[in-house]
Write a protein that binds this ligand. Structure first.
Ligand SMILES: [Zn+2]
Length: 410
């Protein structure tokens, strides 16, 4: 079997799937708006939304074409092997890191222009972007550095494990990845401090109401913070972060600006629902499935050394193994895992909405969801197939319908 042809076929299939998803997104714009969310946009706002949505979907399509054509060219013309063989004809670590660095730099070359147009042209035009081009480029640089350190470090550990443990690699790698994911959960408050500032929520009726809600439901948290999300975007949100005693709640300053107190408490109650239902933990275990698949793929690409000469390498290249695992293997499986994951995530969202509604915040949450949809230019009419394949949240209309049902029963 020629592994290069197999990889090219898989990348081609991933490309076709992505094109189908983009077509579904484009088709979503022409669908009729459901009755229960008809009041989200008035006519001028609807036309503005439509223009915004079309510009965004067109850009996403171009981005995907650029990404997949680049990957196809890289694989077809042995680009990474040429780089690695020229720079590090000997040695395992250098050759692996050269491939990883090349992959990261090449993807940045086409990601940055698309991100730039998305954030500083389209989002700017519709008033969502608050980021200066300086913040944009500093963010890109930080992400590149974090990415290089994390992926490079992981790859080096991977090589070390394989060299010392041999066939125990999949198990050790799975354990390592799980630690990594858990570490990311613990470290995410630290990482977000790289990008944003956090201030404690000032005293007042809002803080009293949130604290009361926490106590009533037996939740203990370390602190409630307000994050300066308005620095980048006008989009509003809130989340719980950390585990156990280090648990903190983060409210976007944009949420406080755009919502009235009832709506903020309702959004907060929804987040608390996730917390009470241990949804983050459940997602963590689901990620373990992903990790297991990745470990199997890693074992596959490492235990077949014949793969590498097909791509122009002199021997096994661990960096390229990472590339095959992530950009080919995992990407090929992602429609399937995405289908399951997004379905579960949507269930969690219904559960969290229900939690808020049962505490008397159903109507306030409906009003908050509609306001969020209006303020973020949410698509009210996504194609059902698109929702099934990619949506982590049910549509606004579905959520409103479910909330009305719970509200009617209590
Ligand atoms: Zn949620």
């Amino acid at each position: 079997m020629n592994y290069k042809i197999l990889a090219l076929v898989l990348i081609g299939l991933i490309f076709l799937y992505q094109l189908a998803v983009d077509c579904l997104a484009m088709a979503s714009a022409r669908r009729k708006i459901p009755e229960n969310v008809a009041d989200v946009y008035d006519l001028p706002a609807y036309h503005r939304w439509l223009r915004y949505f079309k510009e965004k979907t067109r850009l996403a399509l171009l981005r995907h074409i650029a990404a997949h054509v680049t990957t196809l060219v890289i694989v077809a013309f042995d680009v990474y092997a040429r780089i690695a063989n020229a720079l590090f004809p000997e040695g395992i670590y250098g050759a692996a890191l050269a491939v990883l660095a090349a992959d990261m730099v090449i993807s940045l070359l086409y990601e940055i222009p698309f991100d730039y147009v998305n954030d500083l042209v389209i989002e700017q035009k519709y008033g969502f972007n608050h980021m200066s081009s300086k913040t944009f480029f500093i963010d890109q640089l930080k992400s590149l550095l974090v990415g290089l350190i994390l992926t490079g470090g992981l790859c080096c550990l991977f090589i070390l494990i394989h060299q010392t443990l041999g066939n125990w690699l999949p198990l050790a790698f799975a354990g390592l990845m799980l630690l990594f994911v858990l570490g990311a959960v613990f470290l995410s408050p630290f990482f977000s401090k790289l990008y944003n500032k956090f201030e404690p929520l000032p005293e007042g009726t809002l803080r009293d109401r949130l604290t009361a809600l926490l106590t009533e439901n037996g939740c203990t948290v370390k602190a409630i913070y307000v994050m300066d999300a308005s620095k980048r975007s006008s989009k509003a949100n809130a989340y719980f972060t950390g585990l156990g005693r280090t648990k903190t709640i983060v409210l976007y300053d944009t949420l406080l600006e755009q919502m009235n107190e009832d709506e903020i408490v309702a959004v907060f109650a929804h987040e608390m629902g996730h917390n009470k239902h241990r949804d983050t933990l459940k997602m963590y275990f689901l990620n373990a499935v992903n990790v297991a698949i990745m470990a199997l793929l890693a074992w596959g690409v490492i235990s077949i050394p014949e793969i590498y000469p097909d791509f122009g390498f002199l021997g096994v290249n661990y960096g390229f193994a990472f590339f095959l695992m992530a950009s080919v293997g995992m990407s090929f499986l992602s429609p399937l895992t995405g289908l399951v994951f997004s379905a579960l995530s949507r269930r969690f969202e219904y559960g969290a909405d229900c939690f808020a509604a049962e505490r008397g915040y159903g109507q306030a949450l409906i009003s908050a969801l509609k306001k969020l949809a209006r303020n973020t230019f949410t698509c009210l009419t996504p194609h059902p197939a698109l929702v099934a394949l990619t949506y982590s949240h049910p549509t606004v209309s579905q959520r409103v319908a479910a909330l009305e049902q719970v509200g009617g029963q209590t």
